[in-house]
Ligand binder design. Sequence first.
Ligand code: 5RP
Length: 221
Amino acid sequence: MNTSPKQAAAQAALELILPQLKREMVLGIGTGSTANCFIDLLAAHKQAFAGAVASSEQSAARLAAQGIALYDLNDLAQLDFYIDGADEADPNLCLIKGGGGALTREKIVAATAKTFVCIAEAHKRVEVLGAFPLPVEVIPMACAYVMRELTQLGAKPLKRADVVTDNGNWIIDAAGLAITQPLALEAQVNAITGVVESGLFASRRADILLLASHTGVVHLE
Ligand code: 5RP
């Protein structure tokens, strides 16, 4: 069977962390189809580490189905690795994430990890972030206000239809932003009252980016 780029990126991440796994180690695991590939590959090595913290209910269910023990982040001091996909990655390894709506928990788990390994198809690499609409998780009653504030920042915001996050909130997708200053925009968006978190990963960007295509995997850091 042919290996897809998502599987190739996941395999490259597995090969990167396998030699560093320890029996007491807990891994942070992201959300989405590429993270799913990683979970499925990781299952064969579950004796080599203690378990995982999941960034979503969806990933928690997949990890549990693979027999990987789940941990509560509050019971752990620091994670060695966080492995997750992305919707876009810029040359500085700043990311847009949250296409799957799990951005807040993803950012929390990433924040606690020593090394964030991002796995993605090569086309996710862009010069400037923003062609993919920036997901923003909001407290539901603040949705219209946050959309007006995002418009002031130059975005065309749209509430994601029929989506309630694992935290009981809504998602706004902010299109039309050319994100040349990711750190500054992350701070601006996160400062809007009612915003829970933005999918801009700039203050906690990836440490390693594994970009896969049909011709191979490129390792950036
Ligand atoms: C979920 C995410 C995902 O990592 C991102 O959407 C990429 O997903 P996929 O691996 O399916 O392309 O941020 O909230």
